[in-house]
Design a protein around this ligand. Structure first.
Ligand SMILES: C[S@@+](CC[C@H](N)C(=O)[O-])C[C@H]1O[C@@H](n2cnc3c(N)ncnc32)[C@H](O)[C@@H]1O
Length: 301
């Protein structure tokens, strides 16, 4: 169905020629279109670079001013996807910040398996939110492939707001630069060369299931023992970061683990819901109801 007529634009006005970034009115219209069509609210993102990225997208489509671009955005699903992809930086790498994965390998994952076993649970459930091209959840799958104890299993679900990036993630085919921090020998062990790129073996790819999810939604992604949400919150306003952190806390049982990106941390009331397991690596432990209020916000670590 064409959305050209069901989603009308405000009446025409004089063109705004494009500069480094788009003007207030264009930003407001783009925001409305994305909100109506995808529930994607730009108002929740930090303003600065978003306008510059919209302008870059207008230019990339060959328009000298925003009006024809807005008309394209109203009628083209593909352009809505392309714009959302362009607005959310989708850079990632296998084992990005290797010391964080080192900590997961050495301490966090073995301890999670130990506690699950004590509780009589046989499955570790992990989420990777804002998973980009799959580098992060697949890195976790590679670790778990090595670490999973006998008679235990694991599931990894990975989500992103961008369908385009999820399609790429499912393919599991990477430029050499994306493999950056793979441990010695793992490229040859887990990947096959394919036309100058590297395809992750199917045996690891099938351990991760990918789905579309907006972390800004009120509803959390689902229950988990471990959540990686790295380098996603940085794009949101402070109020939204705090709200997302509370939503994520609600998905974790006491003792569940949250891993944020290096430039991210707990904010406001969310500080009372976690203790700090490792401050440098941004690893936090979900507190139980009787412990809530003893988190870092209350001075305990
Ligand atoms: C910089 S990448 C981070 C990738 C990976 N987590 C890492 O640290 O390497 C940010 C990812 O978050 C996704 N993203 C942005 N806003 C989102 C939202 N509201 N809900 C879910 N994913 C989002 C982007 O599409 C992008 O793939």
């Amino acid at each position: 169905m064409s959305l050209l007529f069901s989603d009308p634009l405000p009446s025409r006005c004089a063109p705004h020629f494009l500069g480094e970034d788009v003007d207030e009115a264009t930003f407001a219209e783009v925001r409305q279109i994305l909100l109506r069509r995808r529930g994607f609210d730009l108002g929740m993102y930090k303003d600065g670079c978003i306008r510059r990225r919209i302008a870059a997208r207008v230019r990339a489509k060959g328009f000298p001013e925003p009006r024809p671009y807005l008309e394209l955005l109203v009628r083209s699903d593909a352009e809505v996807d392309a714009l959302i992809a362009a607005l959310s930086i989708q850079v990632s790498q296998f084992f990005r910040n290797p010391s964080t994965f080192e900590l997961l390998h050495r301490q966090v994952l073995p301890e999670l398996f130990r506690r699950l076993r004590l509780r009589g649970c046989r499955e570790l459930r992990a989420w990777s939110l804002g998973c980009a091209g799959g580098e992060e959840p697949y890195s976790l799958a590679l670790l778990l492939d090595q670490l999973v104890p006998p008679r235990m299993k694991y599931s990894i679900r990975a989500a992103d707001i961008s369908p385009a990036v999820l399609a790429r993630a499912r393919e599991g085919l990477y430029e050499p630069a994306r493999l950056g921090s793979l441990p010695q020998g793992w490229r040859e062990r887990y990947f096959s060369a394919e036309g100058g790129r590297w395809r992750l073996h199917e045996q690891i790819r099938r351990q991760v299931s990918f789905e579309e999810h907006n972390v800004l939604a009120d509803q959390g992604p689902g229950q988990a023992d471990l959540i990686l949400c790295r380098n996603v919150l940085i794009y949101f306003s402070r109020a939204e970061q705090e709200r997302v952190l509370r939503t994520l806390a609600a998905c974790l049982p006491p003792g569940g683990v949250l891993v944020l990106g290096r430039a991210e941390t707990l904010i406001g009331e969310s500080r009372e819901l976690f203790s700090i397991l490792n401050p440098a690596e941004r690893v936090f432990l979900r507190l139980g109801p009787e412990e809530a209020g003893t988190g870092p916000g209350q001075g305990a670590t």
